[in-house]
Design a protein around this ligand. Structure first.
Ligand code: UDP
Length: 333
């Protein structure tokens, strides 16, 4: 521990969307934070760590040195390529970064004697198994794209290391991350943007010609896909809860936990929420289904609630849209 006895957390990918919100939440919970990022997709203006180290996930030496320099007690790992569609077209970078890069990080943790990790995993581990029931962690991993495979592969590695030599690791499987810091300090800025909520907001603000609905013939009430939209601040508090847990318990082993709300919204409901926020209409174009989209993906969030005492608090669609809207206006994206 440091002289102040405040545990220090290394946030890999802390300049990104979920990483920047989590850094703020860790600081608010009283942790020291060190952001480590290569700025391939992150933004310098949202690095909120007590310290910043510019470095690559593949740099095992630098990672280990950073852990020693800052007396790191636990690592939160966000640095990943995330576009599922892109992963189908060009899979190799997803395995190079998300799998091989994470192996370097795990090596560095061994080198520096750090044994606690919170890993950004994904609902994509479930693939197309949804029957409309809530998805729980007892389902087998069955990803349907290289992005999902890259995350599921790391989960297997973590499970194996936990069994072999006592790594304590929690994989948080995110559902649809959305919204922004209510105070506007950070928010969603992907380039290119492919996620529904920022795209609908762009259409409403006249930044794009229309919003396309990918499929209106699904077996849902209004024919459009249903997703579990979770406010990024709820994701951030999930990471804080996981860190708290890892610091309090010595034999956690490997655990996968959903971070979701247990409720879903359809694409049309999201568009309606943005229409309400904007106070005006905008063009909506109905298109064919996007390949690989299951009709309904909604989390059973019972395990994170039971083990971590965590639950979503900010995640209603109007609040998510309001915070995302305010951030888009503030940064004039
Ligand atoms: N979607 C859509 N139009 C868009 C982008 C997304 O209709 O321009 C739909 C997509 O088919 C899915 C939902 O919105 O049903 C959420 O998609 P997103 O890419 O935001 O997240 P995903 O659930 O794919 O991780």
């Amino acid at each position: 521990m440091s002289d102040t006895d405040t545990p220090a957390i290394l946030v890999i990918g802390g300049a990104g969307y979920i990483g920047s919100h989590t850094t703020l939440a860790l600081a608010a919970a009283g942790y020291r934070t060190v952001v480590y990022d290569n700025f391939s997709t992150g933004h310098r203006d949202v690095c909120f760590g007590d310290a910043l180290v510019e470095g690559d996930l593949h740099d095992r030496k630098k990672l280990a040195q950073t852990m020693r320099d800052h007396d790191i007690q636990a690592v939160v790992h966000f640095a990943a390529l995330i576009e599922a569609g892109e992963s189908v077209v060009d899979p190799l970078p997803f395995f190079e970064n998300n799998v091989a890069g994470t192996l370097k990080l795990l090596g560095a943790m061994q080198d520096a004697g750090v044994g606690r990790l919170v890993f950004s995993s994904t609902a994509a581990c479930y693939g197309n198994q949804s029957t409309g029931d809530l998805l729980d962690e007892n389902l087998p991993r069955d990803p349907v794209n290289p992005y999902g495979h890259s995350k599921a592969m790391v989960e297997v590695v973590l499970e194996t290391l936990a069994a072999a030599h006592g790594l304590n690791a929690i994989a948080l499987r995110y559902f649809n991350a959305s919204g922004a810091d209510p105070e506007g300090r950070t928010g969603e800025r992907h380039d290119p943007e492919t996620h529904l909520i920022p795209l609908v907001i762009d259409a409403a603000r006249g930044k794009r010609a229309n919003i396309k609905i990918f499929g209106t013939d699904y077996d849902t009430d209004d024919g459009t896909c249903i997703r579990d939209y979770i406010h990024v601040n709820d994701l951030a508090s999930g990471h804080v809860a996981a860190i708290d847990y890892l610091l309090k318990h010595n034999e956690v082993g490997f655990q996968a936990m959903n971070l979701g709300t247990g409720r879903g919204n359809s694409v049309r409901e999201v568009i309606d929420a943005v229409r309400k926020m904007a106070g005006k209409d905008f063009p909506v174009v109905e298109e064919a289904r996007r390949e690989g989209d299951p009709a309904i993906l909604v989390a059973d969030a019972g395990r994170a609630n039971e083990i971590l005492g965590w639950q979503a608090r900010y995640s209603n669609i109007d609040g998510i849209v309001r915070d995302a809207w305010n951030f888009a206006v503030k940064t004039d994206q």
